[in-house]
Design a protein around this ligand. Structure first.
Ligand SMILES: [Zn+2]
Length: 106
């Protein structure tokens, strides 16, 4: 049986799932929150953070949230970067919830 983390990752990359941020389709995957609070959410060396910190982002939007990206550096600061990424994680999971994803058997 798959873990909820594996199920969320599979759900994020299912065909036709639009990017939560820009609504494009074709490259959406589950992207793990990597902001300043990532360690509070279980991120460790070689360990992904909690599934609640997964955002369904396309490849292009994911680049905005990669370590060292120009876009990341353009945020006003770590707080704004973190809040923005957390927002898309929450929105992704609200969308999952509204589709009934969490209602079914695991
Ligand atoms: Zn996008």
């Amino acid at each position: 049986m798959r873990t909820i983390h594996e199920r969320v990752m599979a759900d994020a990359r299912r065909e036709g799932n639009p990017c939560i941020r820009c609504h494009s389709t074709g490259s959406t995957c589950g992207r793990h929150y990597n902001g300043q609070r990532q360690h509070a959410y279980g991120k460790g060396r070689g360990i992904k953070g909690h599934w609640i910190g997964i955002a369904d982002l396309c490849k292009r939007c994911d680049q905005d949230f990669q370590e060292g990206s120009v876009e990341k550096n353009n945020y006003i600061g770590k707080d704004q970067y973190s809040e923005e990424f957390q927002h898309w994680c929450i929105m992704s999971n609200i969308r999952r919830d509204e589709r009934g994803f969490f209602d079914g058997p695991s």
